[in-house]
Every structure is written in C-alpha cells, then in structure tokens.
Design a protein around this ligand. Structure first.
Ligand code: ZN
Length: 97
C-alpha cells in the first residue's frame, strides 16, 4: 500500500476588514502563496496576515466510506466496497437467525 501523508504545510491568509482576522483562503504551495501575497499587497487595502500551519489532510469525503475508515480511489471502488459491507451485513443477519 502506498504511503499516504496525513499532514501538510499550508499557508493561511487572514484579512482584517475591521472586525478581527478573517480566514480568507489557504494555499498549499509556496509558489501559490507568493503569488497571492503579491496580489494582496497590490490590491488589498486591509491588513493581511499569512500564517504557516500544518493541517491534517482529510480524506475526500465523497469517496470515504460511511461505516469504516476506508477511502476509495474512485466511485467504482467505493461502490464495490459498499457491496462488501452489504454482504457482511447479510452474513451477520443469517448468523443471528
Ligand atoms: Zn467501509
């Protein structure tokens, strides 16, 4: 199984429009951050703060199983995975009888 990173370093942009620091957006690469920082400096009249944070990479919820930790790589594998759950449930039910 391929190693999957659980965290990543990102840059969060906060802008203070007068009511405290608001999280505007997040960049995941340094190049994007630099480009956006330039844009903000040139176009944003409000104070901007960039914070580097380590965030958890959440599995793509659309492809995450509702019943267990499994995360599928595509719709087809998720469908098969649900079929597997159904089979397991059917077995449990027949065992209970
Ligand atoms: Zn599952």
């Amino acid at each position: 199984m391929a190693y999957k990173r659980k965290t990543r370093d990102v840059w969060r942009f906060y802008v203070n429009y007068g009511a405290g620091w608001e999280h505007e957006h997040t960049d995941v690469t340094r190049a994007e951050m630099k480009e956006n920082r330039k844009q903000y400096r040139e176009n944003c009249a409000y104070p901007v703060r960039i914070k580097r944070v380590r965030e958890r990479i959440e599995p793509d919820s659309a492809l995450a199983c509702e019943f267990c930790e499994y995360t599928a790589s595509d719709d087809e594998s998720l469908r098969k995975h649900y079929d597997w759950h159904n089979e397991q449930n059917d077995q449990k039910e027949s065992e209970a009888k």
